[in-house]
Design a protein around this ligand. Structure first.
Ligand SMILES: Nc1nc2c(ncn2[C@@H]2O[C@H](COP(=O)(O)OP(=O)(O)O)[C@@H](O)[C@H]2O)c(=O)[nH]1
Ligand SMILES: [Mg+2]
Length: 232
């Protein structure tokens, strides 16, 4: 049983390498440290989940749902509560069918996230996936900031057999997006995938650049659905 549970937590945070070990070990520790379910147990669990980067709001929702279930099902031992927690987290993570509706209409995928998280790689993989599904895909290399970023994306575009719009290194990403939109219209593109430079929210000029990209998209390509993908 312990193995199954560990396996579940491992799967849950797969990819979040930093979180994975921390989360599965520490959450399991909470369950083994308490016999009874009391306020202290919930507090400890909540704290552990927040410390594992589950996010305060998500943790709060999960704990609230968990408490409700524990009450309804008259659960008393912490061990029994563990399965309930897993079920609750699973429910919380369920993705709605409508969340992927953008795949069936003219869409823009805007890849954002900090440096080195895998934005460019994801652009390449998604481009390949959608092209294989028979969609007309176009890539825009709007990361003009990092040296080598454009060439890296050109390689991915070639591999995926998808056209790409680039601009000069150090150039205006807004201009690349503008060109890409014109090209997408001319080609009747289904999926325009925009790679952007990694940025932190506290870098003012890079955030300004992002709002400019949004403005251009709204003005020039207003009929397309814009899906922002935050790569973590
Ligand atoms: N292990 C692993 N490495 C990845 C993954 N995605 C990207 N990488 C690697 O992480 C590094 C940064 O990826 P990149 O796509 O350039 O990140 P970006 O800066 O966000 O565009 C590269 O060396 C990639 O090969 C992934 O899913 N798993
Ligand atoms: Mg990149």
């Amino acid at each position: 049983m312990a193995e199954v549970i560990m396996g579940f937590f491992d799967k849950l945070v797969k990819g979040l390498t930093k979180t994975r070990d921390n989360m599965s070990t520490s959450v399991n520790q909470v369950f083994t440290s308490y016999d009874k379910i009391d306020d202290e147990f919930y507090e400890d669990l909540e704290e552990t989940m927040i410390m594992s980067d589950m996010g305060i709001r998500t943790t709060d929702e999960i704990i609230t749902n968990l408490k409700k279930k524990v009450k309804e099902q008259h659960i008393r031992s912490a061990a029994e509560c563990k399965q309930l927690l897993m079920d609750t987290i699973k429910e919380q993570m369920r993705v709605n069918e409508s969340d992927f509706a953008f795949e069936d209409q003219k869409s823009v995928l805007l890849m954002i996230g900090i440096n080195g998280v895998g934005k460019t790689t994801t652009v390449g993989k998604l481009a390949n996936l959608y092209r294989k599904q028979g969609k007309k895909v176009l890539i825009a290399a709007a990361d003009t900031f990092r040296a080598g970023a454009i060439e890296q994306l050109v390689v991915w575009a070639k591999r995926a057999n998808v056209p790409i719009i680039t601009g000069p290194e150090g150039g205006d990403p807004g201009a690349v997006v503008y060109d890409a939109i014109q090209s997408a219209k001319a080609r009747d593109t289904d999926m325009l995938i925009i790679d952007t430079a990694g940025r932190l929210h506290n870098k003012k000029n890079l955030m300004k650049e992002m709002s400019k990209i949004f403005k251009i998209l709204a003005r020039e390509y207003g009929f397309a659905h814009i899906e922002t993908l935050l790569v973590l």
